[in-house]
Each structure stands twice: as C-alpha cells, then as structure tokens.
Design a protein around this ligand. Structure first.
Ligand SMILES: C[S@@+](CC[C@H](N)C(=O)[O-])C[C@H]1O[C@@H](n2cnc3c(N)ncnc32)[C@H](O)[C@@H]1O
Length: 361
C-alpha cells in the first residue's frame, strides 16, 4: 500500500508549494540540454512522449511540462504526449482544472495531447520503450511501502536535527537500517521501471528533497511537527503510543544514495549513463520574504501551510477517528504555527534539492 494518499487537495497544495517549484526549477537547465540531445521519435511513434511522475494537483508539474514543450518546439513540430502520473488517490480533478483553464490557451492548442495516469512510480506506468523523457519532482522520497520497523523516539527515519534537541528524541544508527534499505530498494524499483519504459537515448530526470553535509530538508519542518506532537502527548491530548508508532513515510537522501543503484546494480549500470548528479541549497520563497520583511507571523503561516500541504493527509490517515472528530488536526497545525512564531531559529529551514539526469543507453 502506498504511504501517502497524495497532497492536501482542492487547490491547497498548488497554493502552498512555491518551495517545491524552486527546488525543481533549479534543474530545468539540465533538461533543456537533455532535450536538445533526444533521439528523434521513430516512424512508428510519430510523437514525443513525455511523462511526469508524482504530478499532484499539477500547478508545478504543468509549469515544468510547458517549459519542456517550449524547448522541444525549438527543434520539432511533432505532436507531444504530455502525460501526468500520480497515485490513484491524488486530486486529479484539480489537475484537469489546471490543464484546461477557462481563461488562457490550453496546452493542447499547440499539438500537445494530454493524459493522466493513476499508478505508482515504483511500478510500470506506460508500455515498454515508449518514452523519450521522464521527470519526477519532489515525489519519490515517499516510501513505496511502510517498513515494518519501529522508530519510537522520533517521527522521521533520520538523525534528529542537532540544532533542535529535545529530551528523549533520538534515533540510533541500527534503527535507521531498515529504512535505508527500503529507500534503496524503492529507487531500484523506480529506475528499473523507467529503464523498461524509455527509448534508447531517452532521458530521465529524478529530483527529490534530500540532504547534504550540513542540512537536510527534513530539518526544521519535521522538528516542528515532532515538537507539536510531543507537546500534545505531554498535555495528555495524544497517546504516547501514537508518537511511538508514527513515522513520517519519507526518506531524505544524499546525492550518493540517489545514484547508488546506478553505480552498484549491474543491470542498472548497464541501462543508464549518469549525465549529472548534484545537490543544491535552493532559495525558499518564505525565507526570502522573511529576510526582507522580518514579518514573523507571515513567515510562520507560510511555513506551516507549506508543511501542511504534504503532511496533513499522512497525519489524517494515522490519527485515530475519535481524535480527528475533536479537530486535532487543526489544533496541531495551530500549535506548529505558534512554535514557529516563537522559535524561528530552532526551526530554520533549508530546501536541499538533489537530482540526477540519466540517459537510457
Ligand atoms: C510533494 S508532491 C510533488 C508534486 C509536484 N511534482 C511538485 O514538485 O510540486 C509529491 C507527489 O508525489 C506523489 N507520490 C507519492 N508517492 C508516489 C508514488 N509511489 N507514485 C506516484 N506518485 C507518488 C504524491 O501523491 C504527491 O502528489
């Protein structure tokens, strides 16, 4: 079973994901270069076939896809299939509303054909050797399935942030192993599926939230979520057993972990050539605004909304029904916003965007 049902829908994710857009924009220049080097579609295909995986409600995914289509149009007028995938539980209605806005020209007005696919990134999504370009942004850090292992003293499979210590919050190196193994296996499944789907010479751009030597994208945001949950445990508003069993189902990789399957698995090493692999500490729009305005309230609100857009569906699925009826979700995010307002330094946030560009050989 997938570990998330998707993002908070009804336009909420779109309205609160400028940070993810900044993280993917950082790597669009690689794609421009990649598109210039794509092999021309063969005579059976007669179209360019582009797939984005984990597109959510679409505002960011369509922004990237438009950019890729503009780039390919510099070299070819062939029709384009613009395919958008996400889990079947995603808000696809919002994706289609974004794809067919009432007021502006449609993507489809320029010989572009659109389809959405419901399916997991870790399995096959399209027929063999049919794709010229596959992209995924901010998506495959979510585990394919939840590892059975426990993590009783923190909510994320990662060493807790040394700059936000709290008594009792800890993760041992051995506790991390099952999660590291799962993250590695997930990537192997992902790369294997794409190797089947890409034409020879096709390109794959994989971008996700990750970590570098100094920062993790999980720092700050998972600390404030953990602190809010622990405050509720200490106030008897949440059973401690909930905190002990809750694991946010995401893994924040470093760049070595991202390319390890290609380096170490012979069948993947034979399937791909690594063109680029890099990590960037990208601009975070709510931090940029804070630096100019010094307006803590707005910063805390934007930070909370950004966190809520991807964490609420996970929390809502894990919390017991009787607590959900008592509106605990609203109260938890209010608590997080308060904590952020009171302790901005403790929850300093960096978006470490990691990516690799691969060619299917
Ligand atoms: C943070 S959003 C990213 C959306 C968009 N790509 C962006 O960069 O703004 C993550 C998306 O990945 C999707 N996702 C998570 N696990 C997935 C899986 N196994 N297969 C496909 N999509 C998945 C979620 O449903 C969600 O819509």
């Amino acid at each position: 079973m997938p570990t998330t049902t998707g993002m908070k829908g009804g336009g909420y994710y779109d309205a609160n994901s400028k940070e993810q857009r900044s993280a993917s924009d950082a790597f669009l220049p690689w794609l421009e270069e990649a598109i210039a080097a794509l092999p021309a579609p063969d005579s059976n295909q007669q179209s360019w076939n582009f797939l984005d995986i984990g597109s959510s409600e679409g505002a960011n995914a369509i922004h990237a896809m438009k950019h890729l289509i503009e780039t390919v149009r510099r070299q070819s007028d062939l029709p384009v299939w613009a395919l958008f995938d996400d889990l079947p539980t995603n808000d696809f209605n919002q994706l289609f509303l974004n794809l067919f806005p009432a007021s502006s020209p449609r993507l489809s007005a320029t010989n572009v054909y659109i389809a959405a696919i419901g399916g997991s990134a870790f399995g096959r999504l399209v027929p063999p050797q049919s794709l010229h370009l596959a992209t995924t942004f901010n998506a495959i850090g979510f585990f394919e399935t939840r590892p059975a292992a426990k993590l009783p003293h923190f909510i994320l499979p990662m060493q807790p942030n040394p700059h936000a210590p709290r008594e009792g919050v800890e993760v041992s190196a051995s506790e991390l192993i099952p999660f590291q193994n799962q993250a590695h296996q997930d990537l192997c499944h992902f790369y294997t599926a794409r190797a089947d789907e890409l034409v020879s010479g096709g390109k794959l751009l994989v971008q996700i939230f990750g970590r570098n030597e100094t920062h993790s994208t999980g720092h700050g945001l998972m600390d404030v979520l953990s602190d809010a949950l622990l405050d509720f445990v200490e106030a008897d508003m949440l059973p401690r057993s909930f905190y002990e069993s809750f694991v946010f189902p995401a893994y924040y990789r470093d760049i070595e972990e991202l390319i390890a399957p290609i380096r170490n698995k012979p069948e993947l090493a034979a399937a791909y050539r690594i063109e680029h692999a890099d990590s960037r500490d990208v601009p975070v729009p709510f931090n940029t605004a804070f630096a100019t305005t010094n307006d803590r309230e707005t910063w805390a609100h934007s930070y909370t909304s950004f966190l809520r857009a991807f964490s609420e569906p996970v929390l809502a699925a894990a919390l017991p029904d009787e607590l959900l009826k008592g509106n605990i979700i609203e109260k938890l995010y209010q608590r997080m916003e308060r904590l952020l307002m009171d302790h901005p330094q403790r929850y300093e946030f960096h978006f470490i965007s990691i990516a690799t560009l691969l060619t299917r050989v």
